[in-house]
Design a protein around this ligand. Structure first.
Ligand code: G6P
Length: 494
């Protein structure tokens, strides 16, 4: 959100209280401050620095804990890399509880359910370990964060608490019990899957999760389809009264509104980062080495992102179109993620192995078809965004996918976006992207060919279309829509 746009917006009376697992920054050795990664942090960073807000999050490193202790466990101001100042409050949970919360229950259990990632004939096995991870890990961390929220809102009349994501489904009920007057708004940044996907969980756990989420006043999703799935779950799994048209669930004598708020990116800030000095240097290096065409993907190394099928499709494309040999590079910048979860560690190994196979099969002494960069470097991603001919976003399922929005803002070559129809971004961008079924490798290979052979005028038309949509809104609008609904619900509307 631009400062100018933010200045024109009415400020809510009391400070907003945001709560999420990952906060905007993590502290490292020698006081180094790094920005948190992922869509959630990207979404909320502008909001927290432009509104009066306190952002409560889990301490992620031992240095975060030290900083939290130095501030007596309360909130403190932090200047983030890339600009912006936030009030942050870090909450340190017991390490064993946190491990069960993060590495067993939230990831993979919930994440896999909410991206249809379980290979059901093999996994998951629900044993004591998983059930206890919910009771003594997930719920324990939710309790710790809830306690911080309750303390933070102690002096506020009718506070507004904005809860974020799948890590915190049971927190709202805890806050609701302590503060029935609080307005609780929960935004889920990942897909909400259809009822049967939830049936892997023991019903007692499912019921606790839904009772938690339905303790909010408003529940928000990125798309209309996740909203519909959630409503269907409330009816089919919980046997609740649901008004699909209005998006209202009756629970515990209250009405819960269920809404879709597609998240825009902060396109002004994105463009500013892309203008940075180091980005310019990295662009120079990239241009010196570039072939005729550059295909790019930028993702967390997450199973939902469908990295392997992307490489298989590239392999097939080179097989079927040998005229492109030595003329195209596929650059994959993947940030290692959740590496203590066995499925993620194994995924990284599979990625490296497949890259080796494809490079061996098609490479020549002075050409490596796939360039794999396993690191988290925003500026390097920006330099590559500038010069791609094809941006590949082929996630199997993805809540929104912000790469599909960032790339077109930064790119200067009228690059084509290949976009999975199962991303949240597809609801907004499909008209100007090349849509693909993420499981159809041949279709993806064909799309790579279509994108690389597309006439310049069509590329320009599509790129302009994408830019127009992405720049039409910013995260300030997103939050304003949510605040407007909060005001409407408070006023007794429907
Ligand atoms: C997604 C989730 C976020 C999460 C992020 C990074 O964007 O919606 O809640 O923070 O991925 O994942 P991590 O496990 O590193 O926090």
């Amino acid at each position: 959100m631009s400062a100018r746009a933010a200045a024109g917006r009415p400020k809510p009376a009391a400070p907003l209280v945001l709560v999420s697992n990952r906060g905007p920054v993590t502290f490292h050795e020698d006081g180094e401050v790094r920005r948190g990664t992922g869509g959630l942090v990207t979404a909320l960073t502008g909001l927290a620095s432009h509104r009066e807000a306190v952002w409560i999050a889990s301490a992620m490193s031992e240095h975060d804990i030290e900083v939290a202790d130095a501030n007596g466990g309360g909130s403190f101001a932090v200047r983030a890399p890339g600009g912006g100042e936030y009030r942050v409050r870090f909450v340190a949970s017991d390490p064993e509880a946190y491990d069960r919360f993060y590495n067993v229950f939230a990831n993979p259990m919930l994440w896999f359910i909410q991206h249809y990632l379980w290979d059901l004939s093999n996994a998951p096995d629900i044993r004591r370990e998983e059930v206890e991870a919910f009771e003594f890990g997930y719920n324990a961390v939710n309790e710790d964060l809830a306690a911080a929220v309750i303390e933070e809102i102690a002096e506020l009349a009718q506070p507004v608490v904005m809860v974020h994501d799948y890590h915190l489904y049971t927190l709202p009920r805890m806050v609701r019990e302590a503060r029935p007057d609080a307005f609780l708004h929960h935004f889920v940044h990942i897909p909400w899957t259809q009822p049967d996907a939830w049936r892997v969980l023991p019903s007692r756990i499912t019921e606790e999760i839904f009772a938690g989420v339905l303790s909010n006043d408003i529940v928000g999703f990125h798309t209309r389809s996740y909203r519909r799935n959630f409503l269907q779950c409330c009816r089919d799994l919980m046997d609740l009264e649901v008004d699909f048209e209005a998006g209202v669930v009756s629970f515990d004598g209250r009405e819960v509104w269920v809404r879709a708020y597609p998240l825009p990116i902060d396109h002004v800030a994105t463009a500013r980062i892309a203008e940075g000095e180091r980005v310019g240097q990295l662009e120079g290096e990239l241009l010196r080495r570039r072939r005729d065409f550059l295909i790019l993907r930028v993702d967390r190394a997450d199973l939902s992102k469908n990295v392997l099928r992307g490489f298989s499709a590239f392999d097939m494309f080179l097989e079927q179109h040998p005229e492109f040999v030595e003329r195209v590079t596929f650059m994959a910048q993947l940030m290692p993620s959740r590496t203590d979860v066995p499925q993620y560690a194994e995924y990284l190994e599979r990625i490296e192995a497949l890259v080796a196979v494809v490079n061996h099969r098609h490479g020549t002494p002075d050409w490596m078809p796939i360039q794999l960069k396993l690191r988290d470097d925003l500026e390097e991603a920006m330099a590559a965004y500038r010069h791609y001919d094809v941006l590949l976003v082929n996630a199997m399922f993805d809540g929104m996918n912000l790469v599909a929005k960032e790339g077109p803002i930064v790119n200067v070559r009228d690059g084509v976006c290949i976009l999975s129809e199962n991303t949240g971004a597809h609801e907004e961008l499909s008209e100007h992207a090349l849509s693909v079924n993420p499981f159809d490798i041949q279709e993806l290979a064909n799309s790579i060919h279509a994108a690389l052979s597309m006439p310049a005028a069509e590329r320009a038309r599509r790129a302009a279309g994408l830019r127009a949509i992405v720049t039409s809104r910013d995260p300030g609008d997103w939050i304003d829509d949510q605040l407007a609904d909060i005001a409407a619900k408070r006023a007794g509307g429907r």
